[in-house]
Design a protein around this ligand. Structure first.
Ligand SMILES: [Zn+2]
Ligand SMILES: [Zn+2]
Length: 427
C-alpha cells in the first residue's frame, strides 16, 4: 500500500465506548499517538474529516472466507478486500474450509497469505476437534502458536458435552474463546426455514427455535463449571433470555448476533427467496425485537456477519435444496447504521462497543479504542450518506444477499488498518 506512514485526521467526531468528542487523531508508524482538540504536525499527511465519525476498527468475529478449497465462492483476497470496503478492519475466519483448518500449517498459511494481501486483518479460527468431527480435540496449542485467535467447529454443533468440557479445560491457560454453533441436530431435522405458521403455509420443513435454545442452555450449564464460551449467531427471543439469565448468574458467556436477525424476519422468505435462507433461519418480528433489546442491554455482546459466500448455482435451486448462508461483510455497517442508529436510536458509543470493543475483548486483542497507545485500526463513518445495496458494487466474489435493493443512511467512508488507508470512498 502506498499510503503515507503518518496521518493526521482532523475535525472528526472521535467515538469511544465511553464517550465521543470532536478531536484530531495523530497516527505514527501504525499507532495512535495522540488524540486532542488541536494537533499540529508538519510531517503527517493531513486529512480533513469534518462531519465524519472515527470509530475504533470494526471486528467481525464470524466470517467464512472459503479458502482453501472453495475459491470459486470467495478467496482471502476478495474476502479481505470486501471487509475493508464494508468498513471492517479485522475478520475472524471460520475453519470449515476444505480441508478443515485444524492444524498449525493451515493456520500459518492463512496468516501469511493475509499479511501479503494487506487489506483487513485476519484472526484465524482453528477447529476445536480434528476434522470438526466433534470427537478428538485438535492441536490447539500449536495452532495458537501459529496465530489462531479462537476455536470453533462452526457449521456443526459440538454435541458431545464431554468434548466441550475437555476443550474448555485444555484452552483455559491461553484465554482464547471457544465459539459454539448451537443447534440440536436431533430437533432440527431437515428444516430450511423458521418453524411456524409461515413454514406451514409455504409448505417448507421448519427449524424449530428449540433447536437453538436447547443447545445454548446445555452449553451454558457446562460452561458454568469448566470455562468461557462464546455463542455464535443468536436468532431467537428465547436464546436472548437464556443468555441474559446466564450473565446474571455470573457464567462466563458472551454472544453475537448478525445484522439479518435484527433487520429481517421470516417474511423475507415469503417468495421462496433463497438469499433469505440461512442457519439459524430468520425468525419472527417478536424475535427481531428481542435481538435488538439484547444488543441494547448488553446481553448480546457483538455484531458478527456469519458472511457465507455461495456460488449462484448453490442458491439457484428449490428453497429446501439451496445452500444455507448469506454474505454480509459489505452490508454490516450500512444495515447497523440504518436499523440500530437511525431507526432504534442506538448511541454511537454503543455501536463502538458492539462492533469493536467487545469483539476485541472477546478475542483478547489490544484494540477497540481510539486512544493514544492503541493500534491505528479505524472505521470512519459518514452518518449522513444515503445508500442502496447494488450487487455490482460488491467486492465479494459471491452476491448472495437479501439486502440487494435495500436503502438506508450511514456507511463507511474510510477504513484504516495498521495506520494505513486500506480503502476509502471515492469523492
Ligand atoms: Zn454456525
Ligand atoms: Zn458460520
Amino acid at each position: 500500500m502506498n499510503s503515507p506512514e503518518n496521518l493526521l485526521l482532523k475535525n472528526a467526531t472521535v467515538v469511544n465506548p465511553e464517550s465521543s468528542q470532536v478531536a484530531d487523531v495523530l497516527i505514527q508508524n501504525g499507532k495512535i499517538t495522540e488524540v486532542a482538540a488541536h494537533i499540529e504536525n508538519s510531517e503527517a499527511h493531513i486529512i480533513d474529516l469534518k462531519g465524519k465519525f472515527i470509530f475504533p476498527g470494526f471486528i467481525d468475529l464470524h466470517v467464512h472466507l472459503r479458502e482453501p478449497g472453495q475459491e470459486e465462492k470467495e478467496t482471502l483476497a476478495t474476502g479481505l478486500a470486501a471487509a475493508v470496503h464494508g468498513g471492517i478492519t479485522a475478520v475472524c475466519s471460520m475453519p470449515n474450509t476444505n480441508p478443515i483448518t485444524d492444524n498449525e500449517y493451515f493456520i500459518k498459511f492463512l496468516v501469511d497469505k493475509a499479511w501479503e494481501i494487506n487489506k483487513a486483518k485476519l484472526y484465524p479460527i482453528g477447529a476445536i476437534t480434528k476434522q470438526s468431527k466433534g470427537e478428538e480435540i485438535s492441536e490447539i496449542v500449536s495452532m495458537i502458536r501459529a496465530g489462531a485467535m479462537a476455536f470453533s467447529d462452526d457449521g456443526l454443533p459440538l454435541e458431545n458435552m464431554l468434548v466441550l468440557r475437555r476443550a474448555l479445560q485444555y484452552i483455559q491457560p491461553y484465554n482464547k474463546p471457544i465459539i459454539l454453533h448451537c443447534e440440536n441436530k436431533h430437533l432440527s431435522l431437515d428444516g430450511s426455514m423458521n418453524e411456524g405458521e409461515l413454514s406451514t403455509i409455504l409448505g417448507l420443513p421448519g427449524i424449530h427455535r428449540a433447536c437453538e435454545e436447547a443447545s445454548i442452555a446445555q452449553s451454558i450449564e457446562v460452561a458454568k463449571y469448566f470455562g468461557r464460551i462464546h455463542i455464535a449467531h443468536v436468532s431467537t427471543k428465547g436464546s436472548v433470555e437464556i443468555i441474559r439469565l446466564a450473565k446474571q448468574r455470573g457464567i462466563a458467556v458472551t454472544a453475537e448476533t448478525a445484522p439479518h436477525y435484527f433487520a429481517l424476519t421470516e417474511k423475507d422468505v415469503n417468495n421462496y427467496n433463497t438469499n433469505a435462507k440461512m442457519n439459524p433461519p430468520l425468525r419472527t418480528e417478536e424475535d427481531r425485537r428481542a435481538i435488538i433489546e439484547g444488543l441494547r442491554d448488553g446481553t448480546l455482546d457483538a455484531i458478527a456477519t456469519d458472511h457465507a459466500p455461495h456460488a449462484v448455482d448453490d442458491k439457484n435451486k428449490e428453497f429446501n435444496l439451496a445452500a444455507f448462508g448469506i454474505i454480509g461483510l459489505e452490508t454490516s455497517v450500512m444495515v447497523t447504521m440504518q436499523k440500530l442508529v437511525q431507526e432504534e436510536g442506538f448511541p454511537l458509543e454503543l455501536i463502538a462497543k458492539i462492533c469493536s470493543t467487545n469483539p476485541a475483548n472477546i478475542l483478547g486483542v489490544h484494540s477497540g479504542h481510539v486512544k493514544a497507545g492503541y493500534v491505528a485500526d479505524l472505521t470512519v463513518i459518514n452518518k449522513e450518506a444515503n445508500w442502496e445495496v447494488k450487487d455490482y458494487q460488491l467486492y465479494s466474489k459471491s452476491k448472495n444477499t437479501p439486502f440487494i435493493g435495500m436503502q438506508g443512511k450511514g456507511k463507511a467512508f474510510m477504513t484504516i488498518v495498521n495506520g494505513k488507508i486500506a480503502w476509502q470512498e471515492k469523492v
